[in-house]
Design a protein around this ligand. Structure first.
Ligand code: AMP
Ligand code: ZN
Length: 492
C-alpha cells in the first residue's frame, strides 16, 4: 500500500514535494499542541482535525507513524514577543487556583472536545513542564555554541549572530531587517541586545508562581524551546513532519528551526505542514479578540452566532470539505450545506447495505473511482476532492436503489469494501458512535424523568407508584441507588 505517489505542500519551499520519509515505512510527526489556559475554540480544533486527517491517511497507507503532540503547560507568554505574563500563571492568579489546576482543567476539556470530533490520540503527548531538564540542557548547548547570552538571569537567543551563519526567516520569508519591530520597552524586553532576539529562559519575578531552578536563575523556559526539546527527544534531530496552524510559522516555528540548527547544525524538519485559519465573519478565530466560538456552544446551540445546534460530526465534515491549506469561513449557510451533504453520505451507506447485485454491470467504473479517491488524498491530503468522489459513488448507489441502474457483484464489493474505509477510517467520520451516544443521552434523560416522578410519588406517599417505577426499572436491568438527596442509576 505504501507505494503511493503522495505529494505534500512543504511550507518551507512553498512547493508540493514527493513524500519520502527519512526511514522507509516510518513517519515521525510533531504537531504543536494547545496552550492549556482556556477552552479550545473551534479554530484550534480545525488545526487538530487537519493533523488527525493526515495521521489517519498516513496510517491507512501502511506507515508506522509516531505522532507527537505536546501540551503547552508553561512558558507561553501573553504576547508572542516574550512580553507579558505567562498565560497559565495569569489564569491561576485571576482564578486563585494552582497553575496545575488550570492545566488539568483545560487539558481535560481539550481531550473531551477532540474525542467528540473523533480525533485519534497521538502516540506521545508530552508536556513542557515534564521536560524542563531537557530544555535547560538545550540552553546550555546554545550558549556553548556562542548563540545565546545571559542578562540578569534571563537567557536570549542571539538572532543576528545566528543569521551570520544560518538563514533566520527562511520558513516565514521574513527578512531580518524587517524584524526590528516592537521596540516598546516591555517587561524584560530591555535586557535583549537586539529586538529580534527571543527568550530561551526568563527569570521569574517575585510574583511569578511557576518557576524552576536553573544555572541562570529561578525561572521558566521560553515558549519556543519546549517544542525543540520534545520533538528532538522523541523523533530525533531530523524528523519527517512538523505541523501546526499557519499563525505559528512566525515566530514560533522560525525560532524552533534556529534553536535546533544552532545545536545540531542541521535542519531539523523535512516537511513543514501548516493548517490554514478558520475564520468567523471573515476574521481569524482567536481567543484574544473574542471572535471565536466554543465547540460545546455550537453542539448545544447555546450561542448568539447560529440559530441551531450542529453535531461534532457535521462540523468535522464541514472542515474536511475545505482543503486544509485554504482559509475556511464558518457560517450558518455553510454548516447547513454540510449537514445536508453529511446526511446524504450516511444515507448512502445505509442504501448500499440494501443494494442487491445482479448480472448486469451498472454505469459506474469502480476501479477508476477508487483510483480517483486515492489520487485526491495523494495530492496533499485533498479531502474536498475525496468527498467529491464519494458523492459520485452516492449518486450511483441512489440510482441503484431506485432501480435506474443495475449493480454487479464486483462493483458492489469495491463499494462495500472501500466506501466505509474512506468515510470512517480516512475522513474519521464517526456515524455509529454518534447515533449510539445520542440514544444513550435520550435514555439517560428518560430515566432521570422517571426518577423525578418516583420522587414526587414518594413525597406524596404514593408508594405503590414509586415502588412500581423502581421494580420495573430493575426488571430492565436499571438499578436506582438512593443517595443523600440524589438518586443515581447504574445498568447491568
Ligand atoms: P494555541 O493554544 O493558541 O497555542 O493554539 C493551538 C493551535 O491552534 C495552534 O496550532 C494554532 O495555530 C491553532 N489555531 C489558533 N487559531 C486558529 C484558527 N483560527 N484556525 C485554525 N487554527 C488555529
Ligand atoms: Zn510548538
Amino acid at each position: 500500500m505504501i507505494n503511493h505517489s503522495l505529494v505534500v505542500l512543504n511550507s518551507i519551499s512553498g512547493r508540493k514535494e514527493p513524500f519520502k520519509p527519512i526511514n522507509p515505512n516510518r513517519v515521525g510527526m510533531y504537531v504543536c499542541g494547545p496552550t492549556v489556559y482556556s477552552n479550545v475554540h473551534l479554530g484550534n480544533c480545525r488545526t487538530f482535525i487537519t493533523f488527525d486527517l493526515i495521521y489517519r491517511y498516513l496510517t491507512h497507507l501502511g506507515y508506522k507513524v509516531r505522532y507527537v503532540r505536546n501540551i503547552t503547560d508553561a512558558g507561553h507568554l501573553e504576547n508572542d514577543e516574550d512580553s507579558g505574563e505567562d498565560r497559565i500563571a495569569k489564569k491561576a492568579r485571576i482564578e486563585k487556583i494552582e497553575p496545575m489546576e488550570v492545566v488539568q482543567r483545560y487539558t481535560v476539556d481539550f481531550h473531551e472536545i477532540l474525542k467528540k470530533f473523533n480525533t485519534l490520540s497521538p502516540s506521545i503527548e508530552p508536556t513542557a513542564t515534564g521536560h524542563i531538564i531537557e530544555q535547560i540542557e538545550l540552553i546550555k548547548n546554545i550558549i556553548k555554541e556562542g548563540l545565546a547570552y545571559e542578562v540578569n538571569g534571563s537567557v536570549y537567543f542571539n538572532v543576528l549572530k545566528y543569521n551570520e551563519t544560518y538563514d533566520y526567516g527562511k520558513l516565514s520569508g521574513r527578512k531580518i531587517d524587517e524584524l526590528i519591530h516592537n521596540t516598546r520597552s516591555l517587561e524584560g524586553q530591555s535586557d535583549k541586545k537586539n529586538p529580534q532576539d527571543f527568550a530561551l529562559w526568563k527569570k521569574a519575578g517575585p510574583q511569578h508562581i511557576m518557576r524552576w531552578p536553573s544555572p541562570w536563575s529561578d525561572g521558566f523556559p521560553g515558549w519556543h524551546l519546549e517544542c525543540t526539546a520534545m520533538s528532538t527527544k522523541y523523533l530525533g534531530e531530523f524528523f519527517d513532519i512538523h505541523g501546526g496552524g499557519m499563525d505559528l510559522k512566525f515566530p514560533h516555528h522560525e525560532c524552533e528551526i534556529a534553536q535546533a540548527q544552532a545545536i545540531n547544525k542541521k535542519n531539523p524538519v523535512k516537511y513543514w505542514l501548516h493548517a490554514n485559519m478558520l475564520t468567523l465573519n471573515g476574521k481569524k478565530m482567536s481567543k484574544s479578540t473574542g471572535n471565536n466560538i466554543l465547540p460545546l456552544d455550537i453542539f448545544t446551540g447555546k450561542n448568539d452566532k447560529f440559530s441551531k445546534p450542529y453535531s461534532p460530526q457535521v462540523i468535522r465534515f464541514f472542515m474536511l470539505q475545505a482543503h486544509y491549506s485554504s482559509i475556511l469561513d464558518i457560517s450558518e449557510e455553510a454548516l447547513d450545506a454540510s449537514e445536508k451533504g453529511y446526511r446524504k453520505l450516511i444515507e448512502a451507506l445505509d442504501n448500499l447495505s440494501r443494494c442487491k447485485p445482479g448480472v448486469e454491470i451498472g454505469e459506474f467504473n469502480t476501479n477508476k473511482w477508487l483510483k480517483n479517491c486515492y489520487k485526491a488524498m495523494d495530492d496533499d491530503f485533498n479531502s474536498p476532492l475525496l468527498i467529491a468522489q464519494l458523492f459520485e459513488a452516492v449518486k450511483f448507489i441512489n440510482l441503484v436503489i431506485n432501480k435506474h441502474q443495475p449493480i454487479e457483484n464486483s462493483q458492489l464489493k469495491v463499494l462495500n469494501d472501500m466506501l466505509p474505509v474512506f468515510i470512517y477510517d480516512v475522513l474519521g467520520i464517526d456515524v455509529v458512535k454518534k447515533s449510539s451516544s445520542r440514544t444513550e443521552e435520550k435514555l439517560n434523560q428518560t430515566i432521570n424523568l422517571l426518577i423525578e416522578l418516583r420522587e414526587k410519588a414518594r413525597n406524596n406517599k404514593e408508594f405503590e407508584t414509586s415502588d412500581k417505577i423502581r421494580d420495573q426499572l430493575e426488571k430492565y436491568g436499571i438499578y436506582l441507588n438512593d443517595g443523600k438527596g440524589i438518586t443515581k442509576f447504574t445498568f447491568d
